[in-house]
Ligand binder design. Structure first.
Ligand code: AGP
Length: 612
């Protein structure tokens, strides 16, 4: 997810574009840049780091212009750097372009352009698309608008692009498919952006551009066309949200926005990797290092917090499918004890931010002892990504809420694909089981969507139990780590004390806590442990514990034992954690908001623990 801003009119473009980029930094902030056009002279300024660093670098620079475009990046292709920052300029230097999205077939297009003698200054798919457009324009002797239309018919993926061309000194050409674009209508001026937050202070009259539409935007003219070059009548609406609501996409908090983003973020994580038709999982980090992974003496998973819970799920899955011994370590413990790490050990490092101090130091220590580091990271180009010998990004986009939600499910999806990939190479899994699991994995986005449609049921449960002073979360097998994650979410978002346990562990002490005031959340979906967990539920019920259960649709036995039950779609037990965690994320959010807590910034917590 990146932020895009454009302006054309009588005002100075730079201040408007810069302020707009700052409004959009929640969409991405690892690098930024602006392109300004004055008297047919194109000026491009771009820099790794936050927008404020770009602003600092431009003090004293001639930024006089009435037309400009700007971009704040969340890297997907190519690590955060000055050269990978947007805007990009075409080979001739005549066109500057910014892009939010992913061009899936960029590699093939790049090969073709390289053969034609093109060279590239960045690793991005955007620069490839831009030179593809210019190549078409040159070879067909057509306008850049026509060349763009031809190019967009040949690319696959998602895009929102703005481009400006030296020979068209007052015109911004925009196009979208899959990534949002809003155009603000002013008097003799137009504003363009990824959402309305950079626009609302100037005008409330906006046009939401639809997929497969192009916009040709001049100070006093907006023309919309489809890819068939037919004009489309712009539908002007009036903004009815305030700035804060716009930044959160209309949701009350970033946390709930990010919970509801998960059908698309899990889809983005699987995209280009999982191919059910082909029966394949393509992950260059795994495929290029498969011998290292297949011959691992053991796998150690190092992480903190929610990422550590993802590691526990991975331990169960990797041992079950790949038959490789797995140990899961808290980074903060690993770094200080004298662990035994040898060459031939594989370390899987899991981190949303890629900047967690304990995890970084633990990995550096393991690397010194010859271990191979495989990073599962959300922040492209982050420290942990750079320390790793190989890895796979979770592609969840920037996670602003302090509580990790969409990054966690992205981690699970990546780890499941890694395990399946290794198991297929090792032949420790039957073709039938493999095919069944990748089919179930592909269905996860729509099943998460179905769960989210019943969020109000969780909201009612949250209202009912929000004043409890303690909670227990119980699960078995693959859902035991989800019990831990559910407890952590509730603790960090509602400040209620909560503990997660393996359900059978109750008998070894914690059952003494159970009485009629204690809510006990069971993750009791249909799996190999179901009969056992029903017994555990009966033990709790016999002691008047208040049972809240996450069950599989149609499971009347567990429902009968529960004071409140929430049903989710059936799936394979190995895939289940991707579904069972969703109602627990919602439970923590709704309890926290019912208690009036700022769930995006809970007390005492930081989004990334970059110090010990
Ligand atoms: C998760 O909800 C917490 N905010 C926290 O436990 C987090 O998972 C932990 O600090 C690890 O962060 P990382 O994934 O960025 O390394």
């Amino acid at each position: 997810m990146c932020g895009i801003v454009g302006y054309t009119g009588q005002r100075q473009a730079y201040p408007i574009v810069l302020k707009g980029l700052k409004r959009l930094e929640y969409r991405g902030y690892d690098s930024s840049g602006v392109a300004l056009l004055k008297d047919k002279h194109l000026k491009v300024f771009k820099k790794k780091g936050k927008v404020a660093e770009l602003e600092e670098s431009l003090i004293g620079t001639d930024i006089d212009a009435n037309i400009g475009i700007g971009h704040t990046r969340w890297a997907t292709h190519g690590e955060p750097s000055d050269r990978n920052a947007h805007p990009h300029t075409s080979k001739s230097g005549r066109i500057a372009m910014i892009h939010n999205g992913i061009i899936e077939n960029y590699a093939l297009i790049k090969q073709d352009l390289l053969k034609k003698g093109y060279s590239f200054t960045s690793d991005t798919d955007t620069e490839v698309l831009l030179n593809f457009i210019e190549d078409i324009q040159t070879n067909n002797d057509c306008t850049v608008e026509e060349a763009l239309r031809i190019a967009l018919k040949r690319v696959t993926g998602a895009y929102c692009i703005l481009l400006i061309e030296q020979d068209n000194p007052d015109t911004i050409i925009a196009a979208r498919k899959g990534s949002p674009l809003v155009i603000g209508i002013g008097k003799g001026e137009h504003f363009l952006a990824s959402d309305a937050s950079p626009i609302i202070e100037y005008t409330k009259e906006v046009v939401y551009v639809n997929d497969y539409e192009l916009a040709i935007v001049k100070p006093d003219e907006l023309v919309l066309k489809n890819l068939g070059n037919e004009k489309v009548t712009p539908f002007v609406t009036k903004l009815d949200m305030d700035l804060a609501a716009i930044e959160k996409g209309g949701y009350d908090h970033f946390m709930i926005k990010e919970i509801f983003e998960q059908p698309s973020t899990i889809f983005d994580c699987l995209r280009g990797r999982l191919d059910v038709k082909e029966g394949s999982i393509k992950m260059s980090g795994v495929d290029d290092n498969i011998e290292q992974l297949l011959n691992a003496n053991r796998i150690m998973i190092i992480a903190c917090g929610t990422s550590w819970h993802a590691g526990l799920v991975a331990e169960y899955i990797i041992e079950e499918l790949c038959r490789i011994p797995v140990e899961v370590e808290y980074a903060s413990e690993f770094r200080y004890r004298n662990p035994i790490v040898n060459k031939g050990d594989v370390i899987i490092a899991i981190s949303q931010s890629g900047e967690t101090a304990d995890t970084i130091v633990a990995l550096e220590k393991a690397k010194e002892n010859g271990a191979f580091i495989f990073g599962v990271v959300n922040a492209v180009g982050s420290s942990i990504a750079r320390i790793s010998n190989a890895g796979a990004y979770t592609h969840a986009g920037p996670e602003i809420g302090v509580a990790s939600t969409k990054a966690f499910t992205g981690q699970l999806a990546v780890l499941m694909m890694v395990a399946l990939n290794i198991a297929k190479h090792k032949k420790t899994i039957s073709q039938e089981k493999y095919d069944g699991l990748i089919k179930e994995l592909q269905l996860v986005p729509e099943k998460v969507d179905a769960i989210l449609k019943n969020a109000d049921e969780i909201k009612a449960i949250a209202e009912k139990y929000k004043d409890a002073s303690d909670f227990l979360f119980l699960g078995r097998g693959y859902n035991f780590p989800i019990a831990l994650e559910g407890a952590l979410k509730l603790k960090e978002i509602s400040y209620i004390h909560a503990e997660g346990y393996p359900a059978a562990e109750m008998k070894h002490g914690p059952i003494a806590l159970v009485d009629e005031t204690l809510p006990v959340v069971f993750i009791a979906t249909n799996d190999a442990y179901h009969e056992k967990i029903v017994s555990n539920m009966q033990e709790i019920k016999a002691r008047k514990g208040r049972i809240i259960s996450i069950i599989t649709e149609g499971d009347s036995i567990s429902k009968e034992l529960s004071e409140d039950a929430f049903a989710i779609p059936a799936t394979d037990e190995i895939i289940a954690p991707l579904l069972t965690v969703i109602p627990l994320q919602l439970l923590s959010y709704y309890v926290g908001t019912a208690k009036g807590i700022d769930v995006d910034k809970p007390r005492n917590l930081a989004k990334s623990v970059t110090v010990e």
